[in-house]
Design a protein around this ligand. Structure first.
Ligand SMILES: Cc1cc2nc3c(=O)[nH]c(=O)nc-3n(C[C@H](O)[C@H](O)[C@H](O)COP(=O)(O)OP(=O)(O)OC[C@H]3O[C@@H](n4cnc5c(N)ncnc54)[C@H](O)[C@@H]3O)c2cc1C
Length: 390
């Protein structure tokens, strides 16, 4: 059936504007870090409307939308300050369970992700295994119907507010380090798990260390075959990188920064500085318009079943750097006045005594863009390899 994309855009816009609670949109609009407290009620609203899982097939409770519709949905949500959906369940482990899980696993795990009842985090990185993920050492040995897991994960976003962690562990030592890795789904209330916060320069609590000490995990929680975890993990990481195709949040950020510069540096005294910052925003906009066109190309490629090639890496690389450029402009506009007042707080949000401090906090937070989801250097390696061979 032919989809009327314009009518679809109008429908999604109306929904975003009327159904997303103002207090949730206010959090997004002021760049505060999203937490389960914000995401969960939004997921419940979407789920009740039948839009809980835009990218899942209908038979698993998804919308069955095509890639173009999913892209429009993400774009409209960002344009209206609605939170992007929490990705670890819906976009990461959910599709892996759909693709590689058993019918029992699908029946057990997918409904909780869809309704927002179960919260997931990603336990991949370890000290010494970030970019070089295949060097991971957290070990799992089999004892009857269980694996006994020992090791440490790090940088685990949202582990402190999650129920489950999907993780890669080593079940055997092979000549090739990508072999002998297994994917396990671990309940975070299992005995032997300790979660410790990592304090970051933005003052928010979002990342953690997760220690696993003799943690017993049922074999029934293994995805696919033992030793084949790298295949499932890669399937997931490829999906993670396509997230860069949605340029709308960056454009929204740019628009707001433009308003900030105009307000903060109004008047003749600031004319030269204002002009310099406006020029930097113009250059950032040119980069984002380019990324927008590439994002459209990525969506078209998925629609037509063409391989994505370099696009996910190029998009991740370019938009993450531009996000940082825009945040730097905002910091240059307000930093002199506000940065000295930025102090670490309890992680609940910007310092309420200094209105506008969120620009400083956002600048700090934006440093992560070029690290997580594959650092910029790693993206450049991927691009170079595809262009010039290994
Ligand atoms: C805020 C935040 C949230 C995160 N959330 C999660 C999460 O939820 N789950 C999870 O599993 N992980 C998470 N990560 C971890 C993230 O994936 C890693 O930080 C990332 O893969 C980089 O690994 P690393 O920190 O070990 O740095 P390293 O891999 O040690 O890299 C250090 C530096 O060397 C460069 N480098 C490394 N290898 C190469 C190379 N081959 N060529 C050129 N340069 C190279 C890197 O670009 C970087 O500049 C998160 C990280 C951050 C900062």
């Amino acid at each position: 059936m032919e989809v009327d994309y314009e009518a679809f855009r109008r429908e999604v816009t109306e929904f975003a504007q009327t159904r997303c609670p103002p207090e949730i949109r206010a959090v997004v609009a002021t760049y505060r870090k999203l937490s389960r407290k914000i995401w969960q009620p939004w997921q419940q609203i979407l789920h009740a409307h039948g839009w809980g899982a835009p990218s899942w097939p209908k038979q698993f409770g998804g919308t069955g939308w095509d890639p173009q519709q999913r892209h429009i949905f993400d774009e409209v949500m960002a344009e209206n300050d609605c939170p992007p959906q929490y990705h670890h369940g819906l976009r990461h482990i959910g599709p892996v369970i759909i693709e590689f899980g058993t019918p029992e696993q699908q029946a057990r795990f997918l409904p909780g992700i869809l309704s927002g009842e179960d919260w997931w985090c990603q336990g991949y990185s370890e000290p010494g295994a970030g970019s070089d993920l295949a060097s991971l050492r957290t070990a799992a040995r089999r004892e009857g119907d269980e694996y006994i897991v020992d090791g440490q994960k790090t940088w685990t976003s949202h582990a402190h507010e999650s129920d489950w962690m999907y993780t890669l562990v080593r079940t055997s030592k092979e000549a090739k380090k990508q072999q002998g890795i297994t994917m396990l789904l671990i309940p975070l209330n299992s005995p032997g798990i300790t979660i410790r916060p990592i304090r970051t320069i933005d003052g928010w609590h979002h990342v953690n260390e997760v220690f696993l000490d003799n943690v017993r995990v049922p074999v029934a929680n293994r995805i696919g075959e033992e030793g084949k975890g790298w295949t499932y993990g890669k399937f997931l990481l490829e999906r993670e990188r396509l997230g860069g195709a949605n340029v709308a949040p960056a454009l929204k950020n740019l628009e707001r920064t433009r308003e900030l510069v105009a307000q903060e540096l109004a008047g003749e005294t600031h004319r030269a500085k204002r002009a310099a910052l406006e020029l930097r925003l113009l250059l950032a906009e040119a980069e984002l318009r380019g990324a927008l066109a590439l994002g459209k190309e990525a969506v078209a490629a998925v629609m037509e079943g063409r391989p994505l090639g370099l696009l996910p890496s190029v998009l991740k690389l370019s938009t993450s750097v531009t996000h940082q450029h825009v945040a730097e402009v905002a910091m240059d506009a307000v930093g002199e006045r506000l940065a000295p007042r930025f102090r670490r707080i309890d992680g609940s949000g910007p310092n309420a005594e200094a209105p506008g401090i969120e620009w400083v906090q956002n600048y700090m937070y934006m440093r992560v863009r070029t690290i997580y989801g594959g650092s910029s250097e790693v993206q450049k390696n991927v691009i170079a390899k595809q262009l010039f061979g290994s």
